[in-house]
Design a protein around this ligand. Structure first.
Ligand SMILES: [Zn+2]
Length: 448
């Protein structure tokens, strides 16, 4: 059995204090020890010393759309009095892009497959080990299997055999559900079945059970949300929904007014429109799921946040800091949510509103936007917090013994760091975050 001890300047389990000059023992892709002293039973293991950085748990991206990862630059958000509204204007650009792909004659499935593969690669390169990914038709679990298993799959050294599990990144697919017409509603559930069936293995890159993602209050009626929740109330069930993302959405759900009214009228049918409901009602329905992620939650009000407190074990908000900045939204209610002990996790959203898929950069942005919550709080928001919420502690997001060794390396340079506060400060100016196996491979190459 391949085994390895890694000695590092800093090891940061996040759910316990940082360890200065600690040891990590791994065997066949699993963590078997983390601590300050190396017990005798591990002394005969091959050893590697990593200096100038810190080892962290694998990062978790709690909200993403990998299928848009071929967009090089975020789509511009219109502003000014002539615009149809920032969110509606941006959505129009996104839909125009999709139409252009179809009209160009390019095969949509091939284009989406390539974009998804690029996204998985971008996520893995920046230390992400689990992505909660909204998927739309066409999609196949095989796309993800082929790519993710390819990282470091070739000739591996003994050290890499000990460190890297067979699957280096996992995807939690959340099937996007839209029912603006009866036909669209039927298609959405047919796609859900087909996507689930395309995941071939139980312990694979794509994790079962798949999540369900009623798209947003303007495209998902309460009927589709309730049906999704009913099938996600068993253990490990997950519903993820864009909610309270924009002021335009609020105007539409509450008063049937604003920019969405004109945008939505050509393709919405009257039956569907009757079942568009308010944020309050959607929150009440979502509370029935085993776990519910509220993507964005930018405009949740104080009363809704107070209400969420009683469901904080099963409902959490995903804040996407750089996407939030891109849309120039009002201040995110992170502090108020934290005050009520409602979990806030971090997500990137897609490349249509974000320059890359680095969750570490989201962490830095969140730390700057809400320094009072502190860097440890925000690191938990993209590691241990979502891991425990989603029940994936054995897989990604923790440094617990018995968990897979899907870990992150944060380079810190040569500066001397004497305490945990200095360590966090130093991490905030770090760039070049990478999977731990990449760092080990670099060191091996250097001394080969
Ligand atoms: Zn999204």
């Amino acid at each position: 059995m391949a085994s390895l001890v890694i000695e590092s300047d800093w090891i940061v389990p996040v759910e316990s204090p940082a360890i200065r000059g600690g040891f990590l023992a791994v065997e066949s892709g699993k963590i078997i020890y983390v601590g300050q002293q190396l017990p005798g039973r591990f002394r005969a293991f091959p050893k590697i010393h990593l200096s100038g950085g810190a080892i962290l748990p694998g990062l978790i991206n709690a909200h993403c759309h990998l299928e848009l990862s071929d967009i090089d630059r975020p789509l511009e958000v219109p502003s000014g009095i002539d615009s149809s509204g920032p969110m509606v204007g941006w959505l129009g650009k996104l839909m125009a892009r999709r139409r252009a792909i179809s009209q160009s004659g390019a095969e949509l499935a091939e284009s989406k497959c390539n974009a998804t593969l690029r996204g998985i690669e971008q996520a893995w390169e920046t230390g992400t080990r689990l992505v909660v990914d909204n998927i739309t038709a066409p999609w196949s679990g095989d796309w993800c299997e082929r790519t993710a298993r390819g990282f470091f799959a070739g000739a591996r050294s003994d050290a890499l055999k000990a460190l890297v599990p067979e699957v280096p990144i996992h995807i939690k697919p959340c099937i996007e559900l839209v029912d603006v017409t009866e036909l669209r509603g039927e298609q959405t559930w047919a796609f859900a079945q087909q996507a689930d069936a395309s995941i071939s293995q139980a312990d694979a890159v794509c994790r079962r059970p798949v999540g369900l993602a009623p798209h947003a209050p303007y495209t998902a009626s309460k009927r589709v949300v309730a049906k999704a929740v009913a099938s996600a109330c068993e253990p490990h069930g997950l519903v993820s929904m864009h909610l309270a993302e924009s002021l335009e959405e609020l105007e539409w759900t509450d008063c049937r007014q604003g920019a969405f009214r004109e945008w939505i009228s050509p393709w919405i049918d009257s039956q569907h429109a009757l079942h568009i409901v308010t944020f309050d009602e959607l929150l009440r329905i979502l509370a029935g799921a085993h776990r519910a992620l509220i993507a964005h939650g930018n405009y949740l009000n104080l009363r809704q946040i107070d209400w969420l407190e009683q469901y904080r074990e099963r409902m959490a908000v995903v804040y996407c800091p750089r996407t939030h900045q891109h849309f120039r939204h009002s201040k995110h209610p992170s502090e108020k949510l934290a005050d009520r002990k409602v979990s806030v996790f971090l997500g990137t959203d897609s490349r249509a509103s974000n320059p890359d898929l680095s969750i570490f950069e989201e962490w830095k942005t969140a730390c700057k936007a809400f320094p009072e919550l502190g860097p440890r709080y925000w690191m938990a928001a993209c590691t241990t917090g979502p891991s425990i919420f989603l029940g994936t502690e054995h897989l990604a997001g923790t440094m617990r013994m018995g968990s897979k060794s899907l870990l992150t390396w944060v380079p810190l340079g040569e500066s001397s760091i004497s305490c945990e506060a200095e360590l966090w400060h130093s991490m905030l100016s770090s760039c070049g975050v990478r999977p731990l196996e990449v760092q080990v491979s670099l060191i091996e190459t250097k001394f080969a």
